[in-house]
Design a protein around this ligand. Structure first.
Ligand code: ZN
Length: 134
């Protein structure tokens, strides 16, 4: 799947974002190693506390995991409104979450209509992993 296709799917998923508190909408599209795509959007609860909010990235990841997929190749993330040109990258929690399943994943974002690609390791250089548990 081409990167632009994954970005477009993330944009479509962003339309479903539920953000009564912040108004900041995010969409994601997660490509598994098997070639299946799971999309996600951010969802806020009405308390606005944040603990029960879920980001678009983790939304897509839990959908994939719940259907038996846990090896990921790429994830596209777009944030803001339809005309937003600012880059939106995963938050720290989502970076750690991605690292738990696929530390080699590529993260795609859109910056002024240019697709940027990052290795997760660039975004999370000192990730917590199972080595710390031993
Ligand atoms: Zn996040």
């Amino acid at each position: 799947m081409e990167d632009i296709e994954l970005i477009e799917l993330a944009k479509k998923a962003r339309e479903f974002a539920y953000t009564p508190i912040s108004g900041f909408k995010v969409g994601s599209a997660l490509l598994t190693k098997e070639g299946k795509v799971f999309t996600g959007c951010n969802i806020e609860d009405s308390s606005g506390i944040g603990v029960t909010n879920i980001c678009a990235e983790r939304c897509a990841i839990v959908k994939a995991i719940s259907e038996g997929f846990k090896n990921f190749e790429k994830i596209a993330v777009v944030g803001g409104n339809e005309t937003c040109n600012k880059e939106c990258l995963p938050c720290g929690v989502c970076r750690q979450y991605l690292n738990s399943f696929s530390p080699e994943i590529k993260v795609l974002s859109l910056n002024n209509e240019e697709i940027k690609t990052y290795d997760l390791k660039e975004l999370l250089p000192f990730a917590f992993n199972e080595e710390f548990l031993n």
